[in-house]
Ligand binder design. Structure first.
Ligand SMILES: Cc1cc2nc3c(=O)[nH]c(=O)nc-3n(C[C@H](O)[C@H](O)[C@H](O)COP(=O)(O)OP(=O)(O)OC[C@H]3O[C@@H](n4cnc5c(N)ncnc54)[C@H](O)[C@@H]3O)c2cc1C
Length: 382
């Protein structure tokens, strides 16, 4: 039997997230878009409200929520603002590798501290010359005694300047290709780390993205995640947990854009009737509604699979790809429905169109999601 109803607990934190989004996030969205300031105050309030780091297991002080629960929360926050939503969710991406491969002590230290204080973390894989092609990274980690020495440069790291610790992917054995990559938990205040200037991005502007340079950064050997050579696997496995939640945020953005479009289409009149009464406009909204529904179902299914302990790589890629493409299409059509007003900063939808674009780029581009889906179909079923 298939049951799409939410549990009482899920309804409760959906309401908590929705109320928080309406009270704290939505009113601040335009300000943070305009100024591109990091939303410290909202992050602190979200942490106090118990809306961050939710998947940290109860034994380390967290709520131990499942991926599907995180999707429900993520959709609500992102329906109000995905810039603030991404600032909140970037922690989750850094924490996922620890959940996947951390020892008890690593979880207690790096996940437990996120519950004790409103701290942030960052996932550092991308480099100036290697984004989609993770194998192309150049960062190295050399073992010297009880330490690893990390050298290299990361790029486009969300939360870079506000993070307390970094998940870092580096080569311990370049000759071994992907099997020569290892993963490390690195304290952000380690000597030798330099965080670059904030990137002034098109959308999600209050989210903090920067380059980071590692110059002879010493990391204790106990901060190696998993074994040497397992870094690539760990970094990719983290996406199976995080992609449904990122996809849920894209659904939230699309929902927010559709709500704006419905409201405007009912109020704006041309040729003696509301524009919603023109079939060309109402069909755009009908397409939004059906695609959002389909995207949410893909998101929930991909989250449910991993929550059941089943492999969800293909479904997480499908959810991320479909939800990202839906968010972009819906936001673009919302601008269309607003006509000239849609193009103006006086109205809310141009921000949504700018914010939507990044969903097709970060956490693996929409092209890379299709590469993964095709690989799963052809390689796994062979
Ligand atoms: C705002 C923002 C936040 C980010 N946050 C983080 C973060 O926190 N941590 C982190 O590690 N990274 C982060 N990233 C990096 C992001 O994951 C990469 O930008 C993304 O993976 C694409 O890599 P690239 O920019 O190098 O593009 P490229 O890999 O150079 O790709 C360029 C184009 O070529 C296409 N392409 C490449 N290879 C293929 C292929 N095999 N088949 C088909 N098409 C292909 C891509 O889809 C894309 O359209 C962030 C990026 C941005 C912009």
């Amino acid at each position: 039997m298939v049951d799409f109803s939410l549990s009482e607990d899920q309804k409760e934190f959906q309401k908590l997230a929705r109320d928080f989004a309406q009270k704290e996030v939505a009113p601040a969205a335009a300000h943070y878009d305009e100024t591109a300031e990091y939303p410290h105050d909202i992050i602190k309030k979200a942490w106090e409200a118990g809306l961050m780091n939710n998947h940290v297991p109860e034994e380390f002080g967290g709520n131990g929520l499942h991926t599907l629960d995180g999707c429900i929360i993520g959709e609500e926050i992102s329906a109000a603002c995905t810039g603030i939503g991404t600032a909140m969710e970037a922690n989750m991406l850094a924490e996922c590798p620890v959940l996947v491969a951390g020892t008890h002590d690593q979880k207690k230290d790096f996940l437990g501290r996120m519950i004790d204080a409103p701290l942030l973390a960052a996932y550092c894989v991308t480099e100036p010359d290697a984004g989609s092609d993770v194998q192309g990274i150049r960062t190295t980690a050399k073992k010297v005694g009880d330490e690893y020495i990390i050298n290299g440069s990361k790029m486009w790291i969300t939360n870079a300047s506000v993070a307390n610790w970094f998940f870092v992917l580096a080569y311990t054995d370049k000759e071994a290709g992907v099997r020569g990559m290892s993963a490390f938990l690195v304290e952000a205040n380690s000597p030798g780390i330099t965080v670059g200037k904030k990137e002034m991005n098109m959308g999600q502007r209050c989210s903090d993205t920067r380059g980071i340079t590692f110059e002879n950064v010493k990391v204790p050997a106990k901060n190696l995640l998993g074994a040497e050579g397992q870094g690539f696997k760990i970094a990719m496995a983290a996406f199976d947990l995080s992609r449904p939640i990122v996809a849920a945020a894209a659904v939230g953005l699309a929902r927010g854009a559709m709500e704006q479009a419905i409201q405007y289409a009912g109020a704006r009149r041309t040729f003696g009737k509301p524009i919603a009464a023109h079939q060309a406009v109402s069909f755009m909204i009908a397409d939004m509604a059906k695609d959002i529904e389909a995207a949410r179902l893909l998101v929930w299914h991909s989250a449910w699979l991993i929550d059941q302990g089943q492999r969800n790589t293909k479904h997480a890629a499908m959810a991320k790809c479909f939800a990202a493409d839906t968010a972009m299409r819906v936001a673009t059509d919302a601008v269309q429905i607003f006509g000239g007003n849609g193009y103006s900063k006086e109205y809310p939808v141009e921000k949504l169109m700018r914010d939507a674009k990044i969903f097709q780029i970060y956490e693996g581009t929409s092209q890379i999601q299709r590469v993964i889906i095709a690989k799963e179909i052809f390689d796994r079923n062979r």
